[in-house]
Design a protein around this ligand. Structure first.
Ligand code: GLC
Ligand code: GLC
Length: 655
């Protein structure tokens, strides 16, 4: 593709632009369009170039970007310009996130707006509000089956309420993250309704088939996502007399991105919510965007091209807005959502670090970091201007998605090891206090995932019932220890609401027929404000957890080495119970931190006489940043108490 071609098309488009658009003051828009158009054109052409109406579609794409640019407020446009200047702004260690359900946390958006000081008290300055758009009652998949992409669900509030919330957040310098469910719509979305009524235009928005011929071909190689509740990948629709592709639940219809109109519609929705003040857009289930017979229909090259195109277009209209990729896939695949073959991220700037998350749960169960170390070691460095979202729990299940080769490399048999972990967390292993539930069990493959709240999975519920102070203490330490890792690892830590006060499983969902079959609801509770009040009462679990978290967050924000510039070194140590890594400043001379975590129930020892450790701690005047203490040494080795962690600095090299 030559630049002349894209250039002359751009000229033609600019001539044909709707006169209303032409009249506007669009200087920044045109500069960015000029800078990005070659990339936009090339991607759009690879995806849709075969079509007769390609140029018409390209015009429609540019008009969509321009319209949303015109609709963007001056305040947001100013923010865009600031962020373009300071384009690594989100790699700073000052950002700490939390994900929550509006109705779980505070009933509705207005209530949430009144509770913002809670986040500030803890130090949270990025909130991910779980999906709030209109969904059918019951068949909502927790907000991920959207029936109107432009309307806040009336049970949670209105678009105006969201506007007010976004303004309050801006004043407090708290970032707002919103979801756009790009892969599918609810079967009650207007497009789906019209498709059912036989409108060809909207039938082309989905994957519809008259008989089983093609669905059968697809299913030969497509895995099932919800095997228990929604087996298969297609659903028969009586009204249309057609099979509809429904990869997730049978009421979630997959959008057909080989139709450029679908791409343009979804881009417009992304830009619409960017214009409502979202700083970050979480793009849901991005691995699934392209379907191909003979493949798993996940992580396809075209899915990446679609995301790159979305990013390039967003760069023109709303360049201050970041994308989070929710791609819970194999470790080597996840990293590609930053963009392949690039230096700077060119798809999504942020991605869920599902690899770290799953590996942490492995370390808790095995009490060692063998697989954690091996799994992380196998991951390539991420791109520049890209960062991880590091989390321990979220609204979804825990999938044991690490690599079989890594499992074997540390001496386990993959099938047996996964079985052990499932048993460990779901109450089928005698030496475990964990209280999780299986999710997505697949009889055909033997596969299963895990649900449960952080506190219940690390044994707090069992410990409280047995009223055993030592076990309670162990669970509390586990919560703090896991949070200490997401806070220091490099990336944006994402807390899950309630975990900061040790909220337990909530089994009330079993009484709701729309939820009872989906164990993920056990960890999507109503936030317990009574329990949260106990954070002010010394001696309570809530006080311990909340204050430990608050302190770690405050310290993180002061340590430049905790910013994310690929400035981490995993350190291999002889003692398998320990997980050790260093964080350093770019010049490496001062300010380095050694993070040491003990996953075991007994004290462990670390040999400090190691060149990798010495590169951050050379004089041996150690201080733990969190407790402020000098940790104990025994026979020249560092002693790490059970389930404890250190953020160590060298006093002589400290500043
Ligand atoms: C995403 C969401 C999950 C949902 C799925 C289907 O993975 O995180 O909760 O079930 O998409 O929409
Ligand atoms: C699968 C999907 C992921 C989704 C999850 C929901 O793991 O890959 O996108 O969040 O299922 O359970």
């Amino acid at each position: 593709m030559y630049e002349q071609v894209s250039h002359s098309l751009l000229n033609e488009i600019l001539i044909k632009l709707n006169p209303e658009i032409k009249q506007q003051e669009l200087r920044h828009f045109y500069t960015r369009l000029g800078a990005n158009f070659y990339a936009i054109y090339s991607l759009f052409h690879v995806l849709y170039g075969e079509r007769d109406d390609f140029e018409e579609q390209a015009l429609c794409l540019v008009e969509t970007m321009a319209r949303q640019y015109i609709a963007r407020s001056e305040t947001l446009k100013t923010k865009d310009i600031e962020r373009e200047k300071e384009h690594n702004w989100f790699l700073n260690q000052k950002w700490v996130g939390m994900a929550l359900y509006t109705d779980g946390f505070s009933e509705n958006l207005t209530g949430l707006n009144e509770k913002l000081s809670y986040f500030q008290e803890l130090g949270i300055n990025m909130i991910h509000i779980m999906p709030i758009l209109q969904c059918p009652d019951g068949k909502s998949d927790g907000g991920y089956a959207v029936s109107d992409f432009r309307k806040v669900d009336s049970r949670i509030g209105s678009n105006e309420d969201l506007q007010l919330l976004s303004e309050s957040l801006q004043k407090r310098d708290i970032l707002l993250t919103l979801d756009v469910v790009v892969n599918h719509t609810s079967d009650e979305h207007d497009w789906a309704r019209r498709a059912r009524k036989g409108e060809k235009k909207y039938q082309d928005y989905y994957y519809l088939f008259d008989n089983r011929e093609i669905p059968d071909m697809f299913e030969e190689s497509m895995p099932e996502i919800f095997p228990e509740t929604s087996p298969g990948n297609f659903t028969w629709n009586e009204e249309m007399q057609k099979w509809v592709m429904t990869v997730f639940n049978d009421y979630q219809w997959d959008l057909n991105y080989s139709n450029p109109q679908v791409f343009i519609e979804m881009l417009e929705i992304i830009l619409f919510w960017s214009n409502q003040g979202a700083d970050i857009i979480r793009l849901d289930a991005v691995a699934f965007l392209w379907k191909k017979i003979g493949s798993a229909s996940q992580n396809e090259r075209e899915a990446h091209l679609i995301l790159q195109l979305m990013k390039d277009c967003c760069q023109v209209t709303a360049p201050g807005v970041l994308f989070i990729a929710e791609a819970i896939v194999a470790p080597v695949e996840i990293i590609k959502y930053f963009g392949e073959d690039a230096i700077n991220a060119k798809e999504c700037e942020i991605a869920y670090n599902a690899t770290l998350m799953a590996l942490l749960w492995d370390a808790v169960a095995t009490k060692n970091s063998k697989l954690l170390y091996q799994g992380l070691r196998s991951l390539p460095d991420k791109l520049e201007r890209a960062t991880w979202l590091n989390y321990v729990r979220c609204h979804d299940d825990i999938g044991l998605g690490f690599d079989d080769t890594d499992i074997r490399a540390v001496g386990y048999e993959p099938l047996e090891h996964r079985k052990f972990l499932i048993n460990y967390y779901t109450g089928n292993f005698s030496d475990s206090d964990a209280r999780g539930f299986p999710f997505g069990q697949n009889q055909k493959t033997g596969d299963a995932r895990i649900s449960g709240s952080l506190a219940s999975l690390v044994g707090l519920e069992t410990a409280l019932e047995s009223n055993d102070p030592q076990r309670i203490e162990n669970a509390v330490q586990h919560i703090t220890l896991l949070h200490s890792i997401i806070l220091s690892f490099g990336g944006i830590p994402l807390f899950y609401y309630g975990d900061e006060i040790g909220q337990l499983n909530d089994c009330s969902f079993l009484e709701d027929e729309n939820k009872a079959h989906d164990s993920r609801w056990t960890h999507r509770p109503a936030f317990d404000w009574g329990k949260a009040e106990l954070r002010h009462e010394k001696g309570t679990i809530e006080h311990k957890l909340f204050n430990a978290t608050k302190k770690m967050i405050a310290i993180r924000k002061e340590i430049p080495a905790f910013a994310d510039f690929n400035n981490r070194e995993l350190i291999h140590v002889e003692n398998p119970h320990l997980f050790v890594f260093s964080r350093f400043n770019l010049l490496r001379t001062t300010g380095g931190v050694l993070v040491v975590v003990n996953f075991d129930a007994r004290p462990q020892y670390l040999e400090l006489d190691d060149p990798h450790i010495k590169s951050v701690l050379s004089y041996g005047h150690l201080k733990d940043l969190v407790s402020g203490d000098t940790p104990s040494m025994f026979k020249g080795q560092l002693v790490i108490p059970p389930y404890r962690f250190y953020w160590l600095t060298d006093q002589q090299r400290a500043s």
